[in-house]
Design a protein around this ligand. Structure first.
Ligand SMILES: C[S@@+](CC[C@H](N)C(=O)[O-])C[C@H]1O[C@@H](n2cnc3c(N)ncnc32)[C@H](O)[C@@H]1O
Length: 137
């Protein structure tokens, strides 16, 4: 999946891949076509990034594996810029599968609005948008 996302960059963007397992990151590091990708070993529920620094985020078959899913979504919202978008993909056959209904509940508790969703028998991908803060009066 990382290769597909990296291919979407227009030459100015920066792709940062986060995984809690060093083995997964070592696999990416070994790939020549992903030399420009930044690899960060961290848990999705405690991201080592400042607020609002990303335009896009993608949780690919990962949310189900993170113990504190609410915290992970809150962290995702925190690091996104206002109006930034996140996509969450969940594989249906995974024992840790997070349903779309559950994701909707989790998103309601943070500043993420449910957007378009695509699905097949294998997985769904839900887009979420970070709510824009109301202007200060
Ligand atoms: C099914 S794999 C998907 C890997 C990759 N995202 C992809 O699409 O190919 C799930 C990944 O979630 C990672 N993971 C599990 N718990 C995590 C956590 N707390 N924070 C970040 N990643 C985690 C695992 O290490 C594993 O690499």
């Amino acid at each position: 999946m990382t290769r597909e996302v990296a291919a979407q960059l227009d030459g100015t963007g920066v792709l940062v891949c986060v995984d809690v397992q060093t083995g997964m990151l070592s696999y990416l590091r070994a790939r020549r076509d992903l030399a420009a990708v930044h690899l960060v070993c961290a848990s999705g529920d405690a991201l080592p990034f400042r607020n609002g620094v990303f335009d896009r985020a993608y949780m690919a078959s990962a949310l189900g594996e993170i113990r504190n899913k609410q915290r992970a979504l809150a962290e995702c919202a925190r690091v996104l810029a206002e109006g930034g978008r996140c996509a969450v993909s969940e594989p249906v056959l995974d024992p840790d599968f997070v349903s779309s209904a559950r994701l909707s509940e989790l998103a309601q508790n943070v500043s993420l609005l449910m957007g378009p969703r695509s699905a097949s028998w294998r997985h769904y991908t839900q887009t979420l948008t970070k709510r824009t803060a109301p202007p200060q009066s």
